[in-house]
Design a binder for this molecule. Structure first.
Ligand SMILES: [Cu+2]
Length: 221
């Protein structure tokens, strides 16, 4: 059974690992908690003495179970932090050397993608654009300058496990490396007005050769 869409980025498996780690621990914890609530309710209901019916939380004897709960919670939290930190650093806080640099601009209600022109540099006069269609080369590190023209949007590429808010007045540079060719959806993940649901684009991941051809086509337009 596939719960998530196919992973098509270099770090998608890391994100999925963190998801399943947290989900697994939480599932076990939930089962224990539900058991602890239901077991006495279902079995000892009639026989309980008044003293047994509630915990006042006075004195160490009463409190030790609460402290134990807090301790286990803290250990679980720090364990999650410890396991996710290397991925967080790699995916969110560092920028590997780029092969391509693009701008992703959200606006009500479309996505505008800008690529460097024939000079190979972004933010120059020969830059080219495509609307609702992002072309990316496979197995290349792509830096994405994520921007917004008007309100807050969010770039969401489920197959890459990538999500990043686009904030007006700010430029946020993130990176992705797609590992599979094909077409993948890109949507807006932040309610941004009446046309939000229509803010859909396609990420077309191409081989290096096809990508060059596609860029050449954009240059001719
Ligand atoms: Cu939007």
């Amino acid at each position: 059974m596939r719960i998530f869409p196919e992973n098509a980025s270099s770090y998608g498996a890391n994100i999925d690992f963190i998801f399943w780690l947290i989900t697994g621990v939480i599932t076990v914890a939930s089962i224990i908690v539900i058991f602890l609530i239901l077991y006495p309710l279902l079995t000892k209901n009639k026989k309980r003495t008044k003293k047994e019916m509630y915990v006042k939380g006075i004195g160490f004897k009463d409190l030790k179970l609460i402290y134990l709960g807090i301790f286990i919670l803290a250990v679980a939290d720090f364990y999650f932090l410890y396991r996710e930190m290397p991925y967080w650093t790699k995916i969110e806080e560092s920028l590997p050397k780029k092969d391509l640099h693009v701008i992703i601009m959200g606006r009500q209600w479309l996505w505008e993608f800008t690529y460097p022109g024939p000079d190979g540099k972004l933010y120059t006069d020969d830059d080219v654009k495509s609307i609702n269609q992002l072309y990316l080369p496979v197995n290349k590190v792509v830096h994405m300058d994520i921007q917004s023209y008007d309100v807050i949007h969010a770039v969401f590429i489920p197959n890459a496990r990538f999500k990043q808010d686009a904030l007006p007045g700010r430029n946020i540079t993130r990176w992705v490396k797609m590992t599979k060719t094909g077409k993948f959806p890109l949507t807006c993940a932040e309610i941004c007005g009446i046309g939000h649901a229509n803010m859909k684009a396609t990420v077309t991941v191409l081989s290096e050769k096809d990508f060059e051809k596609q860029l050449a086509k954009l240059y001719k337009k």
